[in-house]
Write a protein that binds this ligand. Structure first.
Ligand code: SF4
Length: 441
């Protein structure tokens, strides 16, 4: 089966911005609560809840010890004034495109125009927008335009997620009925682009699956637009991995953990999720066994042409085991050793410990380290799927963290969280800012 993704899919700019604001505050250990549903998507809200971030629906429930976030849809003008009067510490994550509508309405207020707000009167965005209008009227059907008077000038704004076809139809009706009309097309471009992408894709495929919150205006519009074009359109809210198929058979599980080492990126892509894990090849060798002659492992962090750091140690069986990091790095899963490795590391080892020249090398090999961009493991639940977890990028660090890491993953999946798990998990969060550097480096 071929699966096509619409040209425009995923979170819009306003939602990404709000989630980034929250991530940044959460990473700096700020305790957070959100006024209203941040966005209409239960999967996102549940993910926030798992991080201890709750939504409140009433300003009477304000917790003064927590930073308040204003949802993307915006809030009533009176609520904003209340927060300012009470000097509540808050961060406004209202989408700038929604804020722009508030500003337009404030400007129009100074004229005598009636402000027509086209949209759903029950939607929080529309309730917030209309609270700014001194002479506003919410309309969502042609019949509701019957109250308009020919000589009463109107200014028109639209809900950001309005169907552009419906907006055009309403505008044409308004122009027929009213002499002076000022039009602000406030449908957001992200909405229009997604609607156009659905219109383009829906006629070409057998089925359309629209994924998004059941109470999301945007998602419902996309579903309705697609359903008109393609009868086989379905709206699903939660996406899960139903089963895992391999060449040995099909496996069913309530949860799926990607712990595929160097193949982590490929496995994750099968679930439609990008994860930045690149196998970085290191080359290693082992000598014949000899009597114990050295205790600690020797690690040389200095670079030399063709190689970065290297290490060697004597095992309890007497063999000397050595490993080198090539420079430039060799990425990929090709496990054939290079011909230059042994002369390069032998020279470096003998320079440090000349007696090693007498040892015979028994075997060499190349191994791959699954590296994340900041050298730290990537462990946690993916936001986009309900039952998919990552335990990847387990380069040296993941193994050094050993059983503790395994226990953390177990508690994560069984939702049996320990008191420090939220704090510990931050360093491994799949959605963290990967600009950090491994401290060891
Ligand atoms: S106005 Fe557009 S960009 Fe902003 S939150 Fe709504 S859909 Fe997203």
């Amino acid at each position: 089966m071929k699966i096509y993704t619409a040209d425009e899919a995923g979170f819009c700019f306003g939602v990404k911005r709000a989630l980034n604001i929250i991530d940044r505050l959460h990473e700096s250990n700020e305790s957070i609560e959100i006024y209203g549903q941040l966005i209409h998507n239960n999967t996102v809200l549940n993910n926030l809840k798992e991080k201890g971030i709750d939504c409140i629906n009433d300003l009477d429930c304000l917790d003064n010890n927590r930073k308040l976030i204003i949802r993307t849809h915006g809030i009533l003008k009176s609520d904003e004034e209340f927060l300012r009067d009470k000097k509540v510490s808050y961060v406004d994550a209202t989408c700038p495109l929604v804020k722009k509508i508030h500003r337009i309405i404030e400007q129009v207020n100074s004229s005598k125009n009636k402000i027509l707000i086209i949209g759903n009167s029950n939607h929080p965005e529309i309730r917030a927008i209309s609270s700014y209008a001194e002479n506003g009227l919410i309309v969502n059907s042609i019949e509701e335009l019957d109250v308009l008077k020919h000589n009463e000038p109107v200014s028109v704004v639209a809900q950001t997620t309005l169907d552009s076809g419906f907006f055009k139809m309403m505008i044409s009706e308004i122009i027929d009925r009213v002499e002076h009309v000022e039009i602000f097309n406030t449908i957001c471009s992200a909405t229009i682009e997604r609607q156009e992408a659905v219109k383009k894709l829906a006629p070409k495929v057998d089925f359309v699956i629209v994924i998004g919150g059941k109470n999301s205006s945007n998602t419902k519009k996309l579903y309705n637009i697609s359903k008109i074009i393609n009868e086989n359109t379905f709206h699903i809210e939660k996406s899960r991995i139903a089963s895992v198929r391999t060449n040995k058979g099909e496996y069913y599980s309530a949860n799926v953990l990607n712990a595929a080492g160097v193949y982590a990126r490929d496995i994750s892509q099968m679930a439609g999720i990008e994860v930045s894990v690149d196998p970085d090849c290191h080359e290693a060798g082992i000598t014949e066994p000899v009597k114990p002659f050295m205790g600690p492992m020797v690690v040389d962090m200095r670079s030399e042409p063709g190689s970065k750091n290297f290490y060697f140690y004597q095992s309890t069986e007497g063999q000397v085991i050595f490993c080198l990091t090539p420079d430039p790095p060799i990425l990929g899963t090709d496990s054939r050793a290079t011909s230059g490795f042994l002369p390069m590391i032998a020279k470096r080892m003998i320079k440090i410990m000349p007696m090693l020249a007498n040892l015979k090398v028994r075997r060499t090999w190349r191994g791959q380290y699954p590296n994340s961009p900041d050298g730290f493991p990537i462990v946690g639940k993916v936001r986009e799927l309900d039952n998919f977890y990552q335990a990847v990028g387990m380069c040296g660090q993941g193994f050094m963290l050993g059983p503790g890491m395994a226990e953390l993953i177990y508690r994560l999946i069984t939702k049996n969280h320990g008191p420090d798990d939220a704090e510990i998990s931050k360093s491994f969060d799949p959605y963290r800012d990967f600009k950090g550097k491994e401290v060891f480096k």
